[in-house]
Design a protein around this ligand. Structure first.
Ligand SMILES: Nc1ncnc2c1ncn2[C@@H]1O[C@H](COP(=O)(O)OP(=O)(O)OP(=O)(O)O)[C@@H](O)[C@H]1O
Length: 635
């Protein structure tokens, strides 16, 4: 095929000149309808210049950044048809930034790498990966970027006097060292004569690298000399594409200690500059012996896991930022030593702030169109688009719209006396996140405030929920009326008690004029009353408010009917009228949320009219799945 391409170089030039770009393909990844890329995860592509030997052979460039569409790269390949002349096959890929052969490393540094330095100086974790086919310019790019980072960190007056330490590590498969067991890897310290480094996770889940000595650096030249020593020691091998190809991942770890006056719990900032081992296309491995084949497999496998981790973490960050998302993307960071070392970058449970930059290095020569296409496809899949954020408008009556500041101020003025310490209840939560808290967790946080009792905590929890339920109900009502047949009220009409009772599920008497008659005169099955239980019964009822649902006159109950304490229900003769008349009733019990009730039809009691104190109007609330005390007509 290579010879076929060489024979058709002129035709390739003509076809490319005639080629008209199509609108760039839509993002082939998940989030549709959005164009914003993740600001904490930048994926760039760098096309290296054509090398002298490629130019000498007259090989043309086949990958081009599209000038009219920033971030889009077009790649052309020559296709050999069964019959006739060579045809052009083109594809486009989209990344966040595309740099052509004319772009300098300085330009790339200023654009996407430089912001990682102040980020790490302020306690964040900045990571740079250079990925690409062997011979595509990864080491060239990373080594120059390392120098610029060194200059940024330690050049100038360096007056802030942060302590900076660095370690240079190399991670290679066993096969790279001629070992038989290809599934394990060897991590060595390049600044300590390749001393072995082991990866351990401590009891707090923090990865510790024992053997990775950290060297303190105070000048740019000191840092550069460490980088040079490490680079010279790095394991290289001649590949089809590169005479001195790195067959290992090189990790430059720079730790930036916080300023001396920073609080003790401020973590050190970290910068990881990772020059990944080059991937090799299958056709470039035809001359490899078994050991080199194993090595290539190891490298490709670890790069594949790295891709899953970078993408998984970006998706996890996007899901975490979207309060309505319940997705929990899997990040397989434990699968390879490289991703395990970078656990705090990839673990979705890690609390550190991370910024990641991936530079996909591409050899634009026509002979490498296939691996270049694979590299760009790899880069494109790393790009996670941030879904369009639906702005939630603040509403003082709707807890789901509150941010942490609004929530805290509401907690301070509505949590009773003493007020619940809002910073203990909601250190970072928004309204919606507070509503997701388990009731016991909510109450545990409340009682951490000195003086706040468990009962106050419970009442406050109920209050938050009531407010939420009310706000949801108010939101639902208008949309409900849309889907139902609309009853157009006639002039002057207003909802009657009967229609209200029938539509809403209420215990209100539906007969007209009922409200003008004293409740004792119109006792009926289905009415809910408040009553004063006798002391012996009051003790067994946990709730101070005793409500009962009237079932039937006690005289109508069968001869074998018993109340919930086992006493006969039937009325004694002579108790048929006035205050001495008695009714079989079901207990209405308060639920954990205050002012919400449930009917206990199986807990029946006999209530005399004289014990009844008023009618209670209960309404069924579908959102709370409970009866709410809507109105009381207490005597
Ligand atoms: N932007 C560039 N300008 C000039 N020369 C470059 C550029 N990028 C790479 N090169 C040259 O290309 C060759 C291969 O580059 P390099 O060793 O960086 O590739 P690599 O991707 O690290 O390869 P491997 O994965 O095999 O280690 C080197 O000779 C390097 O000097």
């Amino acid at each position: 095929m290579d010879q076929y391409i060489l024979d058709n170089v002129d035709r390739f030039h003509k076809l490319v000149q005639r080629w008209k770009p199509q609108p760039a393909s839509k993002q082939r990844s998940s989030a549709q309808g959005s164009t914003e890329s993740n600001p904490n995860m930048i994926v760039a592509a760098r096309l290296r210049v054509l090398l002298k030997e490629e130019l000498d052979l007259g090989l043309p460039q086949a990958v081009f950044p599209r000038p009219s569409a920033p971030g889009v790269l077009d790649i052309h390949e020559l296709k050999r048809p069964v019959r006739g002349l060579a045809e052009l096959r083109s594809a486009d890929f989209r990344v966040d930034r595309a740099y052509g052969p004319d772009s300098t490393t300085e330009e790339i540094y200023t654009d996407i790498v430089k912001p990682l330095v102040p980020w790490a100086q302020n306690g964040g974790i900045g990571t740079l990966f250079a990925y690409g086919q062997t011979g595509s310019g990864k080491t060239y790019t990373v080594s120059r970027l390392e120098k610029m980072v060194a200059d940024e960190l330690l050049g100038g007056d360096h007056s802030e006097k942060r302590t900076i330490t660095m370690a240079m590590l190399e991670l290679a498969g066993n096969a790279a060292y001629g070992k038989r067991f290809w599934h394990s890897t060897i991590l060595t310290n390049l600044l300590n004569k390749r001393g072995p480094v082991s990866i351990r996770e401590d009891a707090f889940g923090v990865i510790q690298l024992s053997g990775a000595l950290e060297h303190r650096v105070s000048t740019t030249s000191e840092m550069l000399s460490f980088i040079e020593t490490a680079t010279a020691l790095r394991r290289t091998e001649a590949t089809e594409k590169n005479d001195a190809s790195s067959r290992s991942h090189a990790i430059c770890r720079i730790r930036i200690q916080q300023k001396p006056d920073a609080p003790d719990d401020d973590a050190d900032g970290m910068l990881y500059l990772v020059d990944l081992a080059g991937s090799e296309a299958a056709r470039d491995t035809t001359n490899h012996d078994a050991q080199r084949m194993r090595e290539t497999r190891e490298i490709n496998a670890s790069l594949s896991v790295l891709k899953d981790c970078i993408r998984g973490k970006a998706e996890a960050d996007t899901a975490a930022a979207d309060a309505s998302s319940k997705r929990k993307p899997h990040v397989p960071f434990r699968q390879t030593p490289l991703t395990k070392i970078l656990k705090h970058v990839f673990d979705p449970a890690a609390l550190r702030n991370c910024k990641t930059v991936v530079i996909a290095c591409v050899n634009p020569c026509i002979l490498d169109s296939v691996p270049s296409r694979n590299t760009l496809r790899y880069a494109e899949t790393l790009r996670v688009i941030v879904p369009k954020v639906v702005e939630i408008k603040y509403d003082a009556k709707v807890p789901r719209t509150w941010d942490n500041k609004q929530l805290r101020s509401w907690v301070r003025s509505n949590s009773g006396s003493p007020p619940v310490d809002a910073s203990l209840l909601a250190p970072s939560e928004t309204g919606i996140q507070l509503l997701r808290l388990d009731p016991s967790e909510f109450q545990d946080r409340c009682v951490q405030t000195p003086g706040v009792t468990a009962q106050q905590a419970m009442l406050f929890y109920n209050k938050v929920w009531e407010m939420h339920i009310d706000s949801q109900r108010n939101r639902q009502l208008p949309s409900k009326s849309k889907s139902k047949a609309v009853v157009v009220p006639t002039a002057g009409s207003r909802p009657t008690a009967a229609s209200d009772a029938l539509e809403q599920g209420s215990s209100r008497d539906i007969s007209t004029g009922a409200s003008s008659i004293h409740f004792k005169e119109r006792i009926r099955p289905g009415m809910v009353v408040s009553w004063s239980p006798p002391p012996e019964l009051a003790e067994t009822l946990s709730d101070s408010k005793a409500f009962a649902l009237i079932l039937c006159p006690a005289s109508a109950a069968g001869p074998h009917a018993r109340d919930y304490q086992g006493s006969p229900v039937q009325a004694e003769p002579g108790q048929n009228g006035g205050d001495s008349a008695s009714y079989l009733c079901a207990l209405v019990m308060a639920k954990t949320h205050s002012e919400t009730y449930e009917m206990n039809l199986w807990r029946q009691v006999v209530v005399q009219v004289g014990q009844m104190t008023g009618e209670v109007i209960l309404k069924y609330d579908t959102a709370a799945r409970s009866w709410l005390n809507h109105d009381s007509d207490v005597d």
